[in-house]
Design a protein around this ligand. Structure first.
Ligand SMILES: [Fe+2]
Length: 237
């Protein structure tokens, strides 16, 4: 699987910081998928599928950057583009993946970055969509802890955004986002977590504490504390 992915990437400049950062993110997400799958005691075959979804989830990112010079999904949605590459252009056949899993992979790639997963999916497909969303969120939050993604305030949070987080909802924003918006979008991630192993990983890696250290803003820290309490209650940690 990794070899086929590396072969695909040969057309891109891996020395470019932006491309390299998605390359690294991909493997970290795939490892998160594997860890969650392992802790959920999935079969060996399903663990392999979880890893494969991790490797493929951002396959559209590289062309997105090449075409738009940005990672802005309002210009080109990288998940939809990934589905096109894999299933319309036939890229999926260069990966060692069982055909019976194509539909699951298609839906998992498509819905990994959407506000919500389609409601009409079967249980198994929905499960893998949830798994990639959790694994991806862990790494996005970790990249913010490490300063690789921006996680700082450049103004006061907008009341409608704060209200969304306070009602324990993910944040929905149309149009351009400020750095402050991004902080609260990421805090909203904690209200869209599906699995207990994900919460265990978030706590083991001290992600909420590290985000608080980084953001150094009273309102954001309060909301991070609130999110932590919510996760503890909801998943009884
Ligand atoms: Fe993505």
């Amino acid at each position: 699987m990794d070899k086929a992915f590396e072969d695909y990437l040969k057309q891109f400049d891996l020395n470019n910081f932006h491309i390299k950062r998605k390359h690294i993110h991909t493997y970290r997400v795939a490892e998160n998928c594997l860890q969650i799958a392992d802790e959920l005691h999935l079969s060996e075959k399903d663990k392999e599928l979880a890893y494969q979804i991790g490797i493929l989830h951002d396959i559209g990112r590289f062309h997105q950057f090449e075409k738009t010079n940005s990672y802005d999904d309002s210009l080109l949605d990288h998940a939809d583009y990934g589905v096109k590459l894999l299933f319309q252009d036939g890229l999926i056949t260069s990966f060692p993946i069982a055909k019976e899993n194509y539909r699951i992979i298609e839906m998992a790639v498509k819905y990994h970055n959407k506000f919500a997963i389609a409601s009409d999916l079967d249980t198994r497909t929905k499960f893998f969509c949830q798994l990639i969303r959790d694994a991806d969120k862990i790494d996005i939050l970790e990249l913010s802890c490490e300063g690789i993604m921006k996680f700082y305030m450049d103004g006061v949070v907008k009341p409608n955004i704060l209200a969304q987080v306070q009602s324990r909802s993910q944040v929905r924003i149309n149009g351009p986002r400020t750095n402050t918006d991004n902080v609260f979008i990421q805090i909203g991630f904690f209200y869209d977590i599906y699995f207990k192993p994900t919460v265990d990983i978030l706590f083991e890696r001290k992600i909420i504490d590290r985000l608080k250290d980084r953001v150094k803003d009273e309102v954001a820290c309060q909301e991070l504390d609130r999110a932590q309490r919510y996760l503890k209650e909801r998943f009884t940690c």
